[in-house]
Design a protein around this ligand. Structure first.
Ligand SMILES: Cc1cc2nc3c(=O)[nH]c(=O)nc-3n(C[C@H](O)[C@H](O)[C@H](O)COP(=O)(O)O)c2cc1C
Length: 187
């Protein structure tokens, strides 16, 4: 059976480079045989995590909706920006909410990590942290990852990666995620 994979960007920005990377990942995953749900964090907006709010009202609707979409997937394709050398607070907040409640929607999922930044390192420092976070949550993080430096020069007008090597790496990573998901998280 085709693995089901959620692709998402850790940015809310309409013109986000990571949104482009999530879209490219979704297309490549579909070519590699997966069924894909491209999640836009704007569709599942949630307040800042607040333990009192959780105790009084449970999970907010955005977090419930986000968890429901994650729960259906065996794998994740994450395109995460770097803010102040780490994972953006907005995205970490969504992960934190999704880690709450009775159902564990992370454990056992296979994750491909990608990121883009206008800087020289392509969000590399955020990805050290993100790898630690998803591993803490019980995910299998693929050892290979795709980081796109100088992101403002990396995408063409159609959203494709201009560098052929990066484009090939993206395709390989999508295939690796589909293959590892079939092996490690057959659903
Ligand atoms: C609060 C903030 C902190 C940032 N810190 C970093 C950083 O540490 N390293 C980096 O490469 N880029 C940093 N940037 C620039 C982002 O990489 C850039 O805005 C990028 O386009 C964000 O990703 P997006 O295009 O997917 O929205 C920062 C941007 C913001 C808004």
């Amino acid at each position: 059976m085709a693995p089901h994979i959620v692709a998402l960007a850790g940015s809310l920005r309409a013109g986000s480079f990571n949104r482009k990377l999530a879209r490219l990942g979704a297309d490549a995953l579909a070519r590699a045989g997966a069924s894909v749900d491209l999640v836009d964090l704007r569709e599942v907006m949630m307040p800042l995590y607040d333990g009192d709010l959780e105790e009084q009202e449970g999970l907010p609707p955005g977090a419930v909706a986000f968890k429901a979409r994650l729960a259906k997937a065996q794998g994740l394709w994450i395109a995460c920006p770097e803010y102040n050398s780490s994972v953006p607070g907005t995205f970490k907040n969504a992960i934190d909410w999704a880690s709450r409640g009775d159902e564990d929607v992370f454990a056992g999922k296979v994750v491909a990590l990608t990121g883009a930044s206008p800087g020289m390192y392509g969000a590399m420092r955020a990805h050290y942290h993100l790898r630690q976070i998803v591993t803490t949550l019980g995910c299998w993080a693929l050892p290979e990852q795709l980081l796109v430096p100088r992101a403002h020069e990396a995408f063409g007008p159609d959203g494709a990666l201009l560098n052929a090597k990066s484009s090939a790496m993206l395709e390989e990573l999508a295939h690796a995620l589909v293959a590892a998901t079939a092996k490690l998280a057959p659903g």
